[in-house]
Design a protein around this ligand. Structure first.
Ligand code: ADP
Ligand code: ADP
Length: 239
């Protein structure tokens, strides 16, 4: 079966903005799917409805065989642990080091303070080192994240997402603030995550060229509606 099944998702914000209009999508395990569309098309609303950061107006979201919209608080929290998120502006705690940010992603309740490494077990720290190594940042574990470049910051974001041991990563414009070279590095890391770790990636992008190069499947959104869906080859023929 599919890892994620979104059916008939509609989101109306206050003031009659229909940000999503009857959108249905499927994502398989380990699949790399990009969503492209202009600013305001509804891409981030879609991602935020999937992990229920916001409530859809109508429609259903099944994740790993369970209907998210019917889960109670406890089960929703467990489901969300398997869905991690990456943001355009990284959302790091800049006074903390890379490894502190990563551990904070796994066990955020322990502390938001710098210098809180002692609160974590050796197993947790080993896992944090492993994911930092997976994104090529083992040499920067103890560097404060405000000292890192944009591409390195986003790779800390990926490491923080990986430490949750997710099945799905929702990436909201992960390269929109990066130069082309860092963008490529981040896209390559995400593609590696899908291929090698079998973690599905659902990635909002507005760069069609990167979508064509890296995706298994591309979904186009315009004014809240799904306007096309296909492999990069199929999309290329339509364009
Ligand atoms: P993006 O660049 O990702 O499209 P925006 O700059 O449009 O983001 O929005 C930034 C924040 O403002 C988001 O949290 C979004 O939910 C919120 N927002 C966007 N449009 C509106 C709106 N018309 N009314 C209220 N909040 C909005
Ligand atoms: P995208 O991510 O493709 O830029 P969004 O999902 O951010 O699109 O926005 C879709 C539409 O919903 C836009 O018209 C935006 O202004 C509106 N919108 C987003 N967030 C809010 C909000 N919190 N309140 C009201 N309108 C919003």
């Amino acid at each position: 079966g599919n890892l994620l099944e979104v059916r008939g998702l509609t989101k109306c914000y206050k003031g009659d903005v229909k940000a999503l209009d009857n959108v249905s999508i499927d994502v398989r395990r380990g699949e790399f799917v990009t969503i492209i569309g202009a600013s305001g098309a509804g891409k981030s609303t879609l991602l935020r409805c999937i992990n229920r950061l916001i409530e859809p107006t109508t429609g259903t979201v099944a994740f790993d065989g369970r209907e998210m919209t019917t889960l109670g608080k406890h089960d929703l929290r467990l489901a969300r642990q398997r869905i991690s998120m990456i943001f355009q502006h990284y959302n790091l705690v800049y006074r903390m080091t890379a490894i502190e940010n990563v551990l904070h992603g796994r066990l955020g309740y322990k502390s938001t303070l710098a210098g809180a490494l002692g609160l974590y077990s050796e197993d947790e720290k080993a896992l944090a080192f492993k994911v930092l190594d997976q994104v090529g940042l083992s040499d920067f574990a103890y560097t404060r994240t405000d000292q890192l470049s944009g591409g390195q910051k986003q790779r800390v974001g990926i490491a923080r997402a990986l430490v949750q041991e997710p099945l799905l990563m929702l990436c909201d414009e992960p390269i929109a603030s990066l130069d082309p070279k860092s963008s490529r590095t981040v896209m390559e890391r995400l593609r590696w995550v899908a291929d090698e770790l079998n973690i599905a990636c659902l990635v909002n992008l507005h760069q069609v060229d990167f979508a064509l190069e890296f995706s298994d499947r591309i979904i186009g959104l315009a004014k809240g509606k799904k306007v096309f869906e296909g492999t990069p080859d199929e999309v290329n023929e339509e364009v």
